[in-house]
Ligand binder design. Sequence first.
Ligand code: C2E
Ligand code: MG
Ligand code: MG
Ligand code: MG
Length: 282
Amino acid sequence: RAKSQGLGSAVEFSQDIGLQVRERSHLLRDLRMAFDESQLFLTYQPKVELATGRVVGAEALLRWRRDDGYLVPPDRFIPVAEQSGLIVGMGSWLLQIALLALQRFRAAGFPNMHMAVNVSPVQLRQTGFLAVVQETLRQTQSEASALEIEITESVAVGGLEPVIEILTRLREMGSTVAIDDFGTGYSSLSYLERLPADRLKIDRSFVQSLERDDHGSRIARTIIALGRELGLTIVAEGVENETVGRLVTALGCAEAQGYHYGRPMSEEQFLEWLQVHQKEIA
Ligand code: C2E
Ligand code: MG
Ligand code: MG
Ligand code: MG
């Protein structure tokens, strides 16, 4: 009986994997089609300076809306895009779209805003990544300082040296680098010290725990203190209410993002947001 149970679960297990593989290949097929049929688009979320409420930049966040209206979460389709290499072409495309949107935001009376773009490790390590960035900056007539690249600590997998080299060159060009979601992945305090960066974004799971004052909140406090020690500008992610906004300000975060300030919005909505809300925040 034990034996047959064992066999049963082995069969189930392999069926399960078969299902996952099939789902993945369907998702990849659909994603390729989505890219060709412009089901992909960007949304923009404001990043504000806590002391003044001034908007300092926007983060471009990718969206996929299927024909039936269903929004596929980025956390589901980005890994598929990464594993298939599709992220490289998608990444170049969205860099251009994001920088064009930024031109409109800047022209609307916010000439110092920057655009933060999430870059996957595969994309960053791709030969020619820097050339694509330079070419896109040139084509869109953007200053290098208008662009911030967001990376996660997972870039360290596969060797830190080439990554340090690329990030250093980006910063020499005048662009900035943010370390995203720090503390959620393969965190190593030494990465934080070695990665050339300007901003450190505290993951929303830690930020939100500040209100509960639990284990996560102690991690948040520690990461903030460490980041400040290293001279990084600290950004709190996922601030959803005023209480948390005050807490992160008191702890030394300079900037914040979150639903409390603004949700990810279409380009048009963001332009309206800039006009209406930016003076109300502080
Ligand atoms: P991320 O870069 O850390 O982005 C922040 C995520 O938090 C976004 O989720 C955003 O919508 C969400 N968020 C912002 N404020 C709040 C808040 O106050 N409350 C809550 N609950 N959530 C908030 P989203 O857009 O689903 O993106 C998830 C992840 O997908 C991103 O995490 C990023 O890692 C990845 N991603 C999104 N767009 C791109 C892209 O263009 N390229 C790459 N490589 N990755 C991307
Ligand atoms: Mg990000
Ligand atoms: Mg993040
Ligand atoms: Mg994330």
